[in-house]
Ligand binder design. Structure first.
Ligand SMILES: Cc1ncc(C[n+]2csc(CCOP(=O)(O)OP(=O)(O)O)c2C)c(N)n1
Ligand SMILES: [Mg+2]
Length: 345
């Protein structure tokens, strides 16, 4: 099979649509070129597709199957407590992961993807959520409260931002070139602690990257009825740079994030990056209050069918691999004995 690299100089990715260009213009141009070339050469690999590595796809799909497995386990009555899956949002931490390998990540209640993108450890996380041996935090943290080497999550909205500013300040004062990365949802911008943190971050110019996963909803409340103004306006009010991402193409996102992360790291300047994303699952489990028509629109924006379409056989093979990997992980972790709290001592 002949594989041809295609320069995308004049093509517009359907996921990065400059203002004024019809939504499907890039797709049409690319499809036309693809059809023309493939009639001559067979399969065509675009630079866009080549930039998304097998490892990226594996991580994306591992997170997807992990989250689906969790919902199944809950439905089967095999898990206690609660959980918030990141279904639909997986591409955000996957795009970011190689840019922040040694940095301090502050995660939130919807943090499984953040953890897995950092550690590739589905067994440790599942054991934590199920309270089984080998759990990351001996099973006392569960889904939302995890600590491991430069990674800390909390289920308390807004709690981590002031702490992240403190860690970023420490990085700055000790001359480390590390940054603090804090993930938040859109609804969390209703918490006062966010603004105390932004004030200090702007004033002290600490290396803090705030990642907003704006999925348009907070539990059951649409963002449009709970957020006055905009997240951009709020960041700017503190003199902090804001960048908006509205696609799910991880190679394009990563390209754009590279200079933003560099600036945070090397100029010690805080920044907010906001992802216009979708929560395709329930808030936690079985509690989706959105009506079917709205859910259909949301699911149409899911990266999974879009990537399946774009990456074809490569996607299908990695998808099957990761589905099987997670099925094995579930079976193996379920068979473990309960975790023991003494392990914390
Ligand atoms: C201080 C605090 N208040 C309320 C809650 C309950 N709660 C959990 S998630 C959530 C909604 C968060 O919405 P958002 O920040 O948009 O994140 P998303 O769930 O959409 O990812 C709320 C209100 C909480 N965990 N912490
Ligand atoms: Mg939200």
């Amino acid at each position: 099979m002949v594989v041809v690299e295609v320069e995308q100089v004049s093509m517009v990715s359907p996921f990065r649509r400059p203002f004024g260009i019809p939504r499907d213009a890039g797709e049409k141009a690319e499809n036309g070129l693809r059809a023309a070339l493939s009639s001559v050469t067979g399969r065509v690999t675009s630079r866009w597709e080549a930039a998304v590595t097998d490892a990226d796809l594996a991580l994306l799909l591992m997170i997807r199957h992990f989250e689906l497995a969790l919902l199944d386990l809950f439905a089967a009555g095999k898990l206690n407590g609660t959980t918030h899956t990141c279904l639909g949002q997986e591409y955000v931490p996957v795009a970011l992961a190689p840019l922040i390998p040694d940095d301090f990540v502050f995660s939130n209640h919807r943090g499984h993807g953040h953890y897995l993108a950092r550690f590739d450890d589905p067994a440790g996380l599942l054991a934590e959520i199920m309270g089984r041996e080998g759990a990351v935090c001996a099973g006392v943290g569960g889904s939302q409260h995890i600590y491991r080497d430069g990674f800390l999550s909390t289920g308390v909205q807004g709690q981590s931002l002031p702490v992240a500013v403190g860690v970023a300040l420490h990085h700055q004062r000790s001359g480390q070139r590390r940054i603090a990365v804090a993930f938040t949802g859109d609804g969390t911008w209703g918490e006062g602690a966010v603004y105390e943190a932004l004030n200090m971050a702007g004033l002290w110019q600490v290396p803090l990257l705030v990642v907003v996963e704006n999925n348009g909803i907070a539990q059951s409340t649409p963002t449009s009825v709970q957020l006055s103004g905009s997240i951009e306006g709020r960041a700017h009010a503190f003199g902090i740079d804001h960048h908006r991402f509205d696609g799910n193409d991880i190679s394009a996102i990563r390209d754009d994030l590279t200079s933003i992360v560099d600036k945070v790291r090397h100029d010690s300047a805080p920044a907010v990056v906001e992802f216009d994303t979708v929560r395709i699952g329930p808030h936690s489990k079985g509690d989706d209050t959105r009506d079917p028509a709205e859910l259909e629109l949301v699911r149409a924006r899911d990266w999974y069918p879009q990537y399946a379409d774009r990456f074809g056989e490569r996607f299908a093979a990695i998808d099957a691999e990761q589905r099987a990997r997670i099925a094995r992980t579930v079976e193996e972790v379920e068979s473990r004995p309960p975790s023991r709290w003494e392990a914390l001592a």
